[in-house]
Ligand binder design. Sequence first.
Ligand code: FE
Ligand code: FE
Length: 171
Amino acid sequence: MGIFTSDKLDTLEELLEHELKDLYDAEHRITEPLPKMAEKATNPSLKKAFQNHLRQTEKHIERLNSVCEHRGIEPQREKCDAIVGLIKEGSEVLSAEGDNDVLDAALIAAAQRVEHYEIAGYGTARTFAQQLSDDYSAELLEQTLDEEKSTDQQLTKIAVGSVNPASAREQ
Ligand code: FE
Ligand code: FE
């Protein structure tokens, strides 16, 4: 979350709005590399996980639209510098060459950093909404939070179950 160069933050409502716009920007940015990551991945489960998560990410944007509408906020993007940086690092993997299994491991490493950022953002936003007794928004934000967590777990499973052992195999 870009910290407050222009905003004045006096209320938790304003801070939640800021968090929502940061996530809105992050989700839009993530839709760009995901298809390329699916393309680059060799492991079929990993390929599918990226494809599925692209569809989920589109749903995450829709939910943020609903939350903004419910709260009377214009759904705008506030540049999320953290995601810009994480995507930049990830794109280095996209242009890298080498062993397919090791490249898959690198894709997972990059993707999990993004998921952890989202988990932090959605966890925070959900908890702010709860504090503000906005159950509708809290529920939608938690649905996305749960999907980010399960994507993260799924990536761990693919890494530990197949990609990492394949990467470590003697050539
Ligand atoms: Fe997301
Ligand atoms: Fe995600």
